[in-house]
Ligand binder design. Structure first.
Ligand code: COA
Length: 373
């Protein structure tokens, strides 16, 4: 059995973006209006006054400066505060499939692959826009790929778990070349009326091609040395949206039907979990810390990444060793570490080791050890 490689990546970035200043302005207009309309109830102590948001807090707490979104006007309208996405007919490509094929075509070009060369598609992302048919099967159809396709969701770790699944399937012989695509419209699960989290997410789509090394036609190739995925149950990042909502006594406006988190707890619990995962994984593979040339980490919080980098390397990583894209994209769920990998891998030299690592809801963490060919 030959080695498995990543031979292409693609990133589709939406055209529109929102700066922290724009986001704060719209949130503060919403909060001011809310406080005015609800003055009597606030004065009576029935509900809390909404405090204003500010740019300085957002950048200092997260490292985020702006985010790309599929629709800006709806999010920034204080009377709407969510993206407006046109409802499509069943005969049109769905929005997740549409962004998936854009990212996939870039990855296929880099990997020098045509649809005929690919025999499976995995759509791995945090939020699927419908129950079925699988988005992956729609992507497969739109690209003209034979074989099979399926969707999977492990929240922010969907992409790395997808890479592990694809790598294992190629090893076991169920496919030779697999497209893993991660369409993330995180603005759709974000409550822009919640000051604690309104700044966190952005939209993007990434794609990765995995195949047997012997079939590789790409110049920029990374061998998958090993994958390790772990999960540990936690309610600290949760979204109760699901198909049973209409059967329960829930209303479309219930707060828990969108993303909710205890950010501080997540930070405290996930940093040691991820640092330990990376260190144990490289030890299992007889790789020394000094051999790590790059850390492509999940993009949720800059201080969190700085701390994980420091715990893993035993010193502060420099910007080149641990690149962040968070300042431009915000948290794009499972796509974040793939964007970092895609944008910051071409300068590595043959034999260099890099770590691609995601972490998030579940909790879930996926670690991929890569070696530049
Ligand atoms: N503007 C101004 N102040 C704000 C604010 C905003 N937008 N949002 C919250 N605050 C206030 C809070 O009310 C709190 O005030 P208090 O001290 O008077 O209670 C204070 O700022 C600190 O809030 P806190 O939520 O504790 O901030 P934080 O430093 O923990 O940063 C996160 C928040 C979410 C950025 C951070 O916890 C984080 O990124 N955690 C990791 C999350 C993660 O990785 N999640 C994975 C998701 S996929």
């Amino acid at each position: 059995m030959g080695n498995i490689v990543i031979s292409g990546t693609g990133v589709f970035t939406p055209e529109e973006s929102i700066t922290n200043a724009e986001l704060v302005k719209s949130y503060n207009a919403y909060a001011k209006k809310f406080n005015k309309i609800n003055k009597d109830r606030i004065d009576a102590g029935e509900i809390n006054l909404l405090e204003s948001s500010n740019e300085e807090f957002i950048f200092n707490a997260s490292g985020i400066k702006k985010r790309y979104v599929v629709n800006k006007s709806g999010i920034l309208d204080p009377d709407i505060m969510h993206p407006i996405i046109r409802k499509r007919t069943n005969d049109e490509p769905s929005i997740l499939a549409e962004m998936s094929i854009k990212a996939s075509r870039i990855a296929m070009k880099e990997a020098n692959k045509t649809p005929n060369d690919i025999d499976a598609v995995i759509t791995a992302c945090s939020n699927l826009e419908r129950a079925y048919p699988a988005i992956a099967i729609e992507v497969q159809n739109l690209l003209g790929i034979n074989g099979f396709a399926f969707d999977m969701n492990v929240a922010c770790s969907s992409a790395t778990f997808g890479i592990q699944a694809a790598s294992d399937m190629i090893k076991s012989g169920s496919a030779d070349c697999i497209l893993v695509v991660d369409p993330e419209i995180c603005s759709g699960h974000l409550n822009f009326k919640d000051r604690d989290c309104h700044f966190i997410f952005g939209d993007v789509c990434t794609a990765v091609i995995l195949e047997k090394q012997e079939n590789n036609l790409s110049k920029n190739v990374f061998e998958i040395i090993s994958t390790k995925c772990i999960t540990q149950f936690s309610n600290n990042i949760r979204n109760n949206f699901g198909f049973l909502n209409s059967a329960k006594e829930t209303k479309p406006i219930d707060r828990d039907l969108l993303f909710v988190q205890e950010g501080r707890k997540v930070f405290k619990e996930v940093v040691p979990m991820v640092s330990q995962l990376i260190l144990e994984h490289i030890k299992d593979e007889d790789i020394e810390v000094e051999e790590i040339r790059r850390l492509w980490l999940h993009q949720a919080n800059k201080s969190m990444n700085d701390l994980i980098g420091k715990k893993v390397l035993g010193r502060r990583p420099d910007i080149k060793e641990q690149p962040n894209i968070l300042q431009d994209y915000a948290n794009t769920s499972s796509a974040g570490s793939i964007i970092a990998f895609s944008q910051f891998n071409s300068d590595l030299e043959s034999g260099d080791i890099g770590i691609l690592c995601s972490f998030g809801a579940g909790y879930s963490a996926g670690n991929i050890i890569l070696k530049k060919k």
